[in-house]
Design a protein around this ligand. Structure first.
Ligand code: NAP
Length: 340
């Protein structure tokens, strides 16, 4: 295990903010995780896993603890008649995994192309895009139990998956080490979402997982900022699910408000509220903005975590004042694991 000291978290998060971690332990296998936790115990300090840092807001003060930088590699393949089981290490880049599946002609994760982060972080919030969710193809999650020191396996039905939610998000006890997916040799494009339906209508090739992955990456590259130019964690807030009553009220005022049925009410795109209701597309305060191409995405340049936090809190207040909707952050504080 490689251990570094005083490592700026800004280098390990896509928002490019965060003060120094006291220790950063690179974990390439379960033994490294054990050693990283032992290091924390030896010094009487906490520990916390981190993937590629694409969905976290790290504290300016840094972290007096051991960051377990999850870099477990590897891909195992088991072929069956109609399906293939792929097991990937938690540290594998998610989009590289999607490409690997596409290279093998396998269906099931192609609409999830281009999502930043690692395979190990993907189940934590059950990543989803364009009508496809991780839970649809996930067979099981292998994880290190930080209480017993054992490696355990959770089948899909024990992962408590929900919309951008799972047991791993609610309880940090288990650190994901490997994930197994069940992908299909035959399939058809899933183009229910407008962005992909438009591509299908315009004759874009969507005949294979490879072609769909490429098309999705292209759509995303137009809507999501370039990480080399901006600090960003993608969508900063979740799209809210509101009651029929709230939806009805908004619809009277904004007859073109899009909506989608969801468990517990009606899902509405927050981007519409930010843009059309509040006029906040491209809104900037100091070093932080709502991305002009997609206002759900917060972008920052040389910002502090404090500035980003204050900006996001202000946006949430404006949404509440104008609509009565309390929005939740998708991005999580590191290492507190609390949601706002
Ligand atoms: P979008 O496609 O304009 O969708 C905005 C909202 O409308 C989302 O809540 C989406 O639900 C919903 N929606 C759109 N078409 C729908 C349909 N045909 N049926 C049901 N619901 C529909 O949003 P975007 O910002 O450009 O993002 C594109 C996709 O990437 C979306 O699916 C979004 O959720 C996803 N995304 C995921 C993550 C993540 O997992 N962390 C981050 C960024 C974006 P859904 O959210 O259920 O799709």
């Amino acid at each position: 295990m490689i251990v570094e000291t005083s490592v700026p978290l800004a280098r390990y998060t896509t928002l490019k903010v965060g003060g120094p971690a006291q220790y950063l332990a690179t974990c390439e296998n379960v033994e490294d995780i054990r050693a990283g936790i032992a290091l924390a115990q030896e010094h009487g300090i906490p520990f916390a896993p981190l993937g590629e840092g694409s969905n976290v807001l790290a504290n300016d003060a840094g972290y007096t603890g051991v960051v377990l930088s999850m870099r477990i590699p590897g891909l195992e393949v088991i072929e069956e008649d109609e399906i293939v089981l792929l097991t990937a290490g938690a540290g594998v880049n998610w989009d590289a995994f999607v490409q690997e599946a596409a290279d093998r002609g396998l269906w099931g994760v192609e609409n999830l192309a281009g999502i930043p982060g690692t395979v190990g972080a993907a189940p934590v919030q059950n990543i989803g895009a364009y009508g496809m969710e991780l839970k649809d193809t996930l067979v099981s999650v292998e994880a290190y139990d930080t209480v017993t020191g054992e490696v355990v396996t959770f089948p899909n039905e024990e992962c408590a998956f929900g919309y951008r939610d799972s047991r791993f998000k609610r309880d940090p006890r288990h650190i994901i080490t490997r994930v197994t997916f069940r992908l299909r040799k035959q399939g058809a494009p899933s183009v229910a979402y407008a962005d992909l339906a438009r591509l299908a209508e315009s004759g874009t090739d969507l005949s294979s997982p490879e072609a769909i992955g490429a098309a999705v990456r292209q759509v995303r590259s137009r809507k999501f900022p370039d990480l080399s130019e901006w600090g960003t964690a993608g969508s900063f807030f979740k799209n809210p699910v509101v009651s029929q009553e709230v939806y009805g009220r908004l619809l009277e005022q904004y007859p073109d408000l899009p909506s989608y049925p969801a468990a517990g009410g009606v899902k509405i795109p927050l981007a519409f509220v930010l843009d059309r209701v509040l006029g906040l597309r491209g809104h900037t305060e100091g070093n932080v903005s709502l991305f002009v191409e997609q206002p759900l995405v917060l972008v920052a340049r040389k910002a502090s975590a404090k500035e980003i936090d204050a900006f996001a809190t202000g946006i949430a207040s404006r949404v509440y004042d104008a609509t009565g909707i309390r929005i939740e952050r998708e991005v999580r504080d590191f290492p507190l694991m609390t949601e706002k």
